[in-house]
Design a protein around this ligand. Structure first.
Ligand code: B12
Ligand code: SF4
Length: 495
């Protein structure tokens, strides 16, 4: 069968600092190709809608699958599905990915018949099983499938995440993918899932709180096959198991693979397993993203982060000592007043690290979606991108955005604009010499991306598709399993 997989457009806000290859879609493409289908990918982060239209015309896919990891992309995907059904009504349109897994029946209903199936959970098994059932008209019996004819059995976790390796060869314009100074950059995953259970996050609910590791050999083989000099490790928390990180490092050392790496981790993991981060530093790890989330114990408790403010500060000291450049994330509570923004500005300017601010946003699939007592002020999917306030703000909304953007602008002066260009002039020159312009553009794009008036104006856009209303209830320890997409697997998958 001819199968076209499509990744929706990037949101401007995330495009400033990075644009990453659609790794999940590449893994699904590899599995579907291994099952004997003819597969292509169009990534709308790097291609236009017109180019997608031309690909639809020449390739004439029998099935089109959209990646819907992000809520903010739901309206775009529903509209594209409608266009495809108008052009070629016989095309089977399916969607899958992180966010849509939590709201499958709702999206199906909103698409008015333009989407035939939502595939919940991991797509490697889900998409291949779905495609194999299409000739018999039995899509609704496929694991994880939600269709207008019924819902299939629970989605299946891959036995091993070693295979299939992502079909990177299906992506053209790979030079468009970058993360900060790593330009160009590819993405890899070493593990899937997260054993913690932070209240604002759905990484653990998606995978039923399981945690799976790729074998060190498969991980090293994947990295060795990558052409790009930069590599982003997408694991939610890198090196939870230090022996795993060490084994991959040993394998890369044995093969003599040199790259520059960027990863994400938690403060407590960095403190507990500093050795493995030092070893990776020697291997080319330069950049690290640390989700600190809050500066005070009260905030950290609220998010059930299970880390203390002291640990966060100590982790920054360790990272500096090892020589890592750190980007920190802090969650802005819409309740913040001017004083709290001021405190954050002062703190952010007192540390050398890059500080990112994201706005606290309840997402379906997270605990706070059900427990947050404040009423959502909007259900417009496009505003659920953690740069907009979807909960009531203490400051009037225009002032909230002014404070937010002002704070981001002041903080960003440290690492964007003229000062940054001066510091990174050699790197920029090297990139430009190789035709890579993503990082250089990033240094100047801030004002065109972050703009208080535009963010406010986004609230007044006509709304065609809305999220379902959350059902408010307490989520007790036992009830947490009701949030899972994949049921909690046997113990072998959890350590
Ligand atoms: C890389 C990444 C990004 C990249 C996206 C790169 C890209 N083009 O894909 C960028 C930086 C742009 C990004 C942005 C954001 N992200 Co993000 N991101 C990730 C991250 C770290 C890795 C994604 C990944 O590659 N995973 C590995 C692959 C193999 O898994 P996967 O993508 O989930 O794909 C599997 C399934 O979802 C499914 N699948 C995926 N696509 C498809 C398609 C079909 C047809 C089918 C059938 C199945 C299917 O099958 C795949 C294989 O099993 C995840 C965390 C994580 N570890 O997954 C967060 C994560 C997905 N992001 C998250 C969030 C909140 C965001 C942001 C809102 C805020 C932010 N953190 O910056 C923005 C929103 C952007 C937007 N458009 O709205 C949340 C999602 C929460 C939610 N419920 O929506 C996650 C889970 C992080 C977290 N712990 O909170 N992100
Ligand atoms: S925020 Fe990080 S540590 Fe917490 S559950 Fe999500 S991925 Fe895990």
């Amino acid at each position: 069968m001819r199968v076209l997989l499509v990744h929706p457009s990037a949101l401007l806000y995330s495009e400033l600092f990075l644009r990453l290859e659609p790794l999940g879609l590449e893994r699904v493409a590899a599995a579907v190709r291994d099952a004997g289908h003819d597969v292509r990918i169009v990534d709308l982060q790097t291609h236009t809608h017109d180019e997608l239209g031309r690909e639809l015309g020449t390739f004439r896919p029998e099935a089109v699958g959209f990646g819907l990891n992000y809520l903010a992309n739901v309206p775009e995907v529903i509209d594209l599905a409608k266009e495809i059904k108008q052009r070629a009504p016989g095309t089977h349109v399916f969607v899958g990915g992180h966010s849509v897994s939590f709201i499958g029946p709702h999206v199906l209903a909103q698409a008015d018949g333009a989407i035939d199936a939502v595939v919940r959970g991991e797509g490697e098994v889900g998409a291949t099983e779905l495609l194999s059932r299409l000739p018999d008209g039995a899509a609704s019996e496929s694991p994880g499938a939600v269709t207008l004819d019924g819902t299939g059995p629970t989605p299946q976790l891959l036995d091993s995440i070693d295979r299939p390796l992502p079909a990177r060869d299906l992506l053209t314009r790979r030079n468009k993918y970058f993360i900060g100074v790593l330009d160009p950059a590819a993405s890899v995953e070493f593990t899937r899932g997260c054993p913690w259970d932070c209240s604002f996050c759905s990484a653990w609910t998606f995978y039923g709180r399981s945690y799976r590791k790729m074998s060190p050999e498969a991980a090293a083989e994947d990295i060795a096959s990558i052409a790009e000099p930069g590599v982003f490790i997408v694991d939610d928390v890198a090196f939870i198991k230090p022996d795993h990180g060490d084994a991959i490092a040993a394998e890369l050392e044995r093969r003599g693979v040199r790259k520059q790496y960027y990863l994400e981790t938690r403060a407590d993991v960095l403190l507990r397993h500093t050795d493995v981060f030092e070893r990776w530093r020697r291997l080319g790890l330069n950049y690290m993203f640390l989700g600190m989330e809050a500066l005070d114990a009260e905030g950290l408790d609220l998010f059930r982060k299970r880390v203390s403010p002291d640990d966060n500060i100590k982790a920054l000291e360790v990272a500096r000592r090892i020589g890592l450049t750190v980007a920190i994330n802090l969650i802005v509570d819409p309740r913040w007043d001017r004083k709290q923004f001021q405190l954050v500005r002062e703190w952010a300017l007192s540390v050398p690290e890059i500080v990112h601010l994201t706005v606290m946003t309840p997402y379906p699939g997270t605990e706070i979606w059900h427990t947050e007592a404040r009423k959502l002020t909007t259900l417009d999917y496009r505003l659920f991108d953690i740069q907009h306030a979807v909960l009531p703000t203490t400051l009037p909304l225009p002032e909230f955005y002014q404070e937010l953007v002002r704070t981001q602008a002041i903080i960003n002066r440290k690492h964007l604009g003229a000062a940054a260009l001066l510091k990174t002039s050699k790197v920029v020159a090297r990139h430009l010499a190789h035709g890579q312009t993503n990082f250089a553009r990033m240094l100047w794009k801030f004002k065109t991306v972050y703009n208080a008036d535009r963010q406010l104006g986004d609230h007044a856009l006509p709304v065609h598709y809305e999220l379902p209303l959350p059902e408010h209830h307490d989520v007790s320890r036992r009830d947490r399993q009701d949030l899972y997409i994949h049921p909690r697997p046997p113990r072998a998958h959890t350590a």
